[in-house]
Design a protein around this ligand. Structure first.
Ligand code: ZN
Length: 307
């Protein structure tokens, strides 16, 4: 009986092993490329801009997953053993897993891209993963947690790009010239994008610059371009009807015309709020893989909502 079961499992196990080894072997079959791991897709975009053909990237958080509560899978942990760099933005799981990742891979340089940046505190409405979910806000003042959505600010990405170039040069000095040239080219692109966004947002009248968003991931964009972000969610969850009513009343008073929604979230609540405000729903994905295209479309959505 037992033997039969074992036998019947063999093809399944073989298939699994094959699949896992494929999934894990991808980063190992490197052709001498540097293995660079990142938490979220936009950081991969930056790494590729600087590392180009000399790196192979691995993104831990898959599209549509919650970047805050993510837990790396065992297969990812195994794949990480081949990595030479981890580019962290200080997400909760990255902070929690840093010692384990370093312990499991002595060659791994863990780079803190958030260091040296002028960070904002975690925005109101965002779940604070260090504080108990049930603890009322205000009772417990601590601001350990910075807003980790660093990459929605082109100015901040400019600094992060420099750190990525430095880190790549440290692990692969032979290609330093390429990394420096790639950095210069990318920073030029960032400057052009920044100028474009600035032109869009400057044209928005001062009393139309606030927006609502479920998940407050756009704090650095708001800071850089003079916008006001208000979260609809509270502590990472749908707000109570009473809280929602207060948010809508405040948004009305502020002349809010724009509501950002992430593509993976339901639009229903957003549509009903939009109707109450005469606002427009703009799809804005903070984790979009094509960083520049996404920021342009967010700005265009904002502009169009004011017509
Ligand atoms: Zn977030």
């Amino acid at each position: 009986m037992r033997k039969k079961l074992m036998l019947s499992l063999v093809p399944v196990l073989a298939a699994l092993a094959c699949w896992t080894s494929l999934a894990v072997a991808a980063p190992a079959a490197t052709d001498g490329k540097l293995q660079v791991a990142v938490g979220v897709a936009p950081v991969e975009y930056f790494a590729k801009k600087i590392g180009g053909e000399f790196i192979q990237t691995m993104v831990l958080v898959p599209a549509g997953a919650d970047a805050h509560t993510y837990e790396p899978k065992p297969s990812q942990m195994r794949a990480l053993s081949g990595a030479v760099l981890y580019l962290s933005v200080g997400l909760e799981f990255e902070q929690a897993w840093e010692p384990r990742l370093k312990g499991a891979n002595k060659k791994l340089a863990f780079v803190h891209l958030e260091q040296g940046l002028a960070l904002l505190p975690m925005p109101e409405g965002h779940e604070d993963h260090h504080r108990g979910k049930l603890e009322p806000k205000g009772k417990h003042e601590h601001h350990d947690e910075a807003d980790p959505h660093l990459w929605v600010s082109p100015a901040q990405v400019r600094q992060m790009a420099l750190r990525i170039a430095e880190a790549l040069t440290r692990v692969d000095p032979a290609h330093a010239k390429v990394f420096v040239a790639n950095l210069a080219a990318f920073q030029k692109e960032i400057d052009a994008l920044d100028a474009e966004l600035r032109a869009v947002f400057v044209a928005v009248p001062a009393d139309r610059r606030s927006f609502l968003v479920f998940h407050p991931a756009w704090g650095y964009l708001a800071r850089d371009y003079g916008l006001t972000q208000t979260a609809i969610e509270f502590e990472g969850k749908e707000p109570s009807p009473r809280r929602l009513a207060a948010i809508v009343a405040q948004a009305k008073a502020r002349g809010t015309r724009v509501i950002f929604v992430q593509p993976q979230m339901s639009r229903r609540t957003a549509e009903s709020i939009a109707q109450a405000l005469g606002a427009r729903v703009v799809v804005a994905d903070p984790l979009a893989a094509d960083w520049a295209v996404n920021l342009r479309s967010v700005a265009a959505g904002f502009r169009d909502a004011l017509r």
